[in-house]
Design a protein around this ligand. Sequence first.
Ligand SMILES: [Zn+2]
Length: 292
Amino acid sequence: MTIFAVGQATIARIEETYQPVYKPKDLFPEWSEEIFNQHKSWLVPNHYDPASGLVKLSVHSWLLQVGKQKILIDACCGNQKSRPARPFWNMLNTPYLDRLAAAGARPDEIDMVMCTHLHHDHVGWNTQLKDGKWVPTFPNARYVFSKPDFEYFQKANVDPATAPTEFGTFRECVMPVVEAGRADLVAGPHRLNDHIEIIPAPGHSPGHVVFKLESRGKKALFIGDVFHHLLQVYYPHWNFPKNSDVDQARVSRRMILEHSASSGALVLPCHVGAPFAGRIETSANGFQPRFG
Ligand SMILES: [Zn+2]
């Protein structure tokens, strides 16, 4: 298990999947043989799988323990959720909750669930199937959702014919939490408590946010999908294919990279491969990751 310490806080990675998933050019049209060769020494094997020729991505949550609170940041895809458009994330049946328990938190011990955005691979474990119904997995938690994301997907939910691909996700993983009275809709920037601030970083989704942790003067940034792969640190204009606003996604990425480099914060993305978290430095050409 990967565990990081930030001041008095501890952060454990809770894995759902970590596997080769995308053809490089499908993920990043700018990918070239030349760029691959330039970065090969660190890309293989944690970020690119040479056997399949596919880019390797992780899907994980972060279990943050700070003060007396146990906080789950992003909630992966979940079990038994039908996502036919993403075969590698479809109808999963992983021991995610066992891994969470091994890291120190049973579902009823989670105090807060915070989603950086409301895409399906970040809200899945918000709910689980019980007697044919989707119910909150973490019965005692407050769930923090970005209000602009909630309003965007709620609007999409009105008309299934024109709904984006997140339609099923919203109905199964977000609405049951709201209907159970456990959701807090937050518009940033916003200070959540003594340790955590919410920083808006829109573009990948309309209400995408970053969570900033501070403990004893040490900082961490839970950046969600501000970047999916470390190559985007070297090439911040490279966008993941699915964004609600491609230009805004680039603006937010640069803003967070600059903030990361100037603050020295530990940066914790949601899909970057091992060692999963690290720091950002400025370089002659822009930025470079210091992961591991
Ligand atoms: Zn994601």
